[in-house]
Design a protein around this ligand. Structure first.
Ligand SMILES: [Zn+2]
Length: 233
């Protein structure tokens, strides 16, 4: 490739990334899309095969760091990490793990907002693969259908168990709830602490990040204040 080609190529890339370099996108945690960027062949290999591959590559990382994998303490780590990735912390990448949701008729005709607050979650920053965690508050006004309260929690956990960006997590939970509940009247607020901000980088241990989605009736100043009062009290 000629130098001019290289320059053109990187210019194109800079345009598509709004003028940011990949390094900046990651370090500043900028969001590039609302969908989790997945490969089209994401599920062509089984979970067992994925675990084997991840264990292999993770042992390479550890060895490259200079760690002695024959040590009893480290021996099991690659496999342990692979199992944790697939079965736990990144299990939300697989649509098969999506919680099954049953809808019920809103028999009692309760037509005010319902808030499930302080849903504790753990997710992982997709730019650094270190945890971010916090509380999600979810609210909706029934369009005639309701779901079990524990399902609100399960939906939050499902989307949290992906490499994530907080804005996307907020939107994915909201969009899914709108679809399940067949209403636009959904709100999601997430207050989270990012270990990649507190334990490295700027090492700020006191800041937290708040993201929100206010759909339908929630998207008015009065409703937002009402919602925030419920959440803060
Ligand atoms: Zn990060």
């Amino acid at each position: 490739m000629k130098t001019a080609d290289v320059l053109n190529h990187s210019n194109d890339e800079a345009t598509s990334l709004n003028g940011f370099a990949h390094e900046e996108i990651g370090d500043e945690h900028l969001l590039t899309g609302m969908e989790t960027p997945m490969r089209s062949d994401a599920f062509k290999i089984s979970d067992e095969d994925k675990q084997q591959k991840i264990a292999h590559y993770f042992s390479e990382i550890m060895e490259t760091l200079g760690l002695d994998l024959t040590d009893d303490s480290l021996k099991g780590t690659p496999k342990r990490v692979a199992k944790m990735y697939i079965e736990e912390i990144f299990s939300g990448l697989n649509p098969q793990n999506k919680p099954k949701i049953a809808l019920f008729d809103n028999k009692y005709q309760y037509n005010q907002m319902l808030i499930e607050k302080n849903i504790q979650f753990y997710s992982n920053c997709e730019h650094h693969f270190v945890p971010f965690m916090g509380k999600a508050h979810v609210a909706y006004v029934s369009s005639g259908k309701v779901i079990g309260l524990s399902k609100l929690n399960r939906i939050v956990q499902y989307y949290a168990k992906r490499p994530q960006v907080q804005e996307r997590l907020t939107n994915q939970i909201a969009t899914d709830l709108c679809e399940i509940l067949q209403t636009e009247n959904v709100a999601v607020i997430i207050d989270a602490k990012h270990l990649c901000v507190s334990s490295r980088g700027v090492k700020d241990d006191s800041s937290s990040t708040i993201t929100s989605y206010y759909g339908g009736v929630f998207n008015t100043p009065n409703k937002i204040i009402e919602l925030q009062n419920f959440i803060n009290n």
